[in-house]
Ligand binder design. Structure first.
Ligand code: KG4
Length: 339
């Protein structure tokens, strides 16, 4: 019988997810995605909250059943407190509070970004390799792009962050300019595999230090498409793959330039990536190659742990629970933070 069993709940955006971790090992991870947003070209907050309300009970129930765990076996409930959409976060937070109160067990609040950073510790098998502290993490998602020095599961220092758009936003907004559905990142990834990444040149930021910027790239992409369409109305149609490959290449170059600087400054011997954009084939390959060339150990997450999931929330919650870092019933969700 496991000693410490954590139920994790994630509802920060448009995925309702629940997972069970027992003594650090993942027993189940259930995700209900919301297709209702597709026709709107982005996540509609009010629709997301309603879908979470419909999904949360069956998702939690399925996670417990798949794990073979009775709710009375739970040691604590971990939930995503933020950052994210407030209405969505409220559903998970309220549910976690109600369930923990009913069972008389503690609550653990989890920063969604810490979850992504700690997703490398989610193991289905005790022999799976995990990073050793400290390590450098490149967190790239739809809302964040950060370089984080991870000293321990509960001690992380942000070395650099985006000063405007996140890498995922650059993928999604440029994809929208090309008429691709939301979220555009996976479509760019697929198209890029068939395109010439040297065909178009887009501007790269010149900002000092370890911060990122992606808004200039977005504008430069928009101008290229606008100018191309003035000459030829079928410009996007005829150059889809090359535009996608060139965009992806530029985003990777921007990410790697600062990653390289961060490795130099920290002397990191292990580099991990996390967040939705770490599902990108080009990013995965480029980081793996970057690390191989420098004899650095790379941690590239399984694709199922790159996007929002409760396994990473349960994992981060497990670490906090073991450190005695619990939260009260007065914990309220937050929409925005650093780390
Ligand atoms: O981490 P995530 O699921 O949500 C946030 O917490 O932000 O990340 C979503 C982002 C979206 O911008 C999406 O387009 C991007 O991750 N993404 C990708 C890929 N898969 C997801 N971007 C590029 N290539 C992919 N394969």
């Amino acid at each position: 019988m496991a000693k410490t069993v954590i139920l994790g709940i994630e509802s920060s955006c448009d995925d309702t997810s629940a997972a069970v971790i027992a003594d650090g090992i993942l027993l189940s991870n259930v995700i209900a995605s919301q297709s209702v947003h597709e026709e709107f070209g982005g996540v509609v907050p009010e629709l997301a909250s309603r879908a979470h309300q419909q999904n949360i009970v069956p998702v939690v129930d399925t996670a417990l059943r798949r794990a073979g765990i009775c709710r009375h076996d739970l040691s604590a409930i971990a939930f995503t407190r933020g950052p994210g959409l407030l209405g969505s976060l409220l559903v998970g937070t309220s549910f976690a509070k109600g369930m923990a109160t009913g069972l008389g067990i503690p609550l653990v609040d989890v920063n969604h970004l810490h979850g992504h950073v700690l997703s490398h510790f989610v193991r289905e098998n005790p022999d799976d390799a995990v990073p050793e502290f400290p390590y450098l993490c490149l967190l790239v998602s739809g809302g964040n792009s950060q370089l984080i020095w991870v000293k321990s599961p509960v001690d992380m220092e942000i070395l650099g962050r985006t000063i405007d758009d996140a890498a995922g936003e650059a993928f999604d907004k440029c994809a929208k300019v090309m008429g691709l559905p939301y979220p555009g990142g996976p479509h760019i990834d697929r198209l890029a595999a068939e395109g010439d990444s040297g065909r178009f040149r887009f501007s790269k930021p010149h900002i000092p230090g370890l911060d990122y910027s992606f808004s200039g790239l977005k504008t430069s992409f928009l101008y290229t498409v606008r100018d191309g369409m003035r000459q030829n109305p079928d410009f996007v149609e005829q150059n889809r793959a090359d535009l996608a490959a060139s965009l992806q290449r530029t985003i990777i170059d921007i990410l790697l330039a600062k990653l390289s600087l961060a490795v130099e400054r920290t002397g990191a011997r292990q580099v991990a990536i996390g967040g939705g954009v770490s599902a990108n084939s080009g990013v995965r390959q480029a980081v793996a190659q970057f690390c191989a060339e420098r004899g650095i150990r790379a941690f590239i997450p399984e694709r199922k742990f790159t996007t929002d999931n409760a396994a990473m929330v349960a994992m981060a919650g497990y670490f906090k629970f073991m450190a005695g870092d619990l939260c009260g019933l007065d914990a309220v969700p937050f929409a925005r933070v650093g780390v």
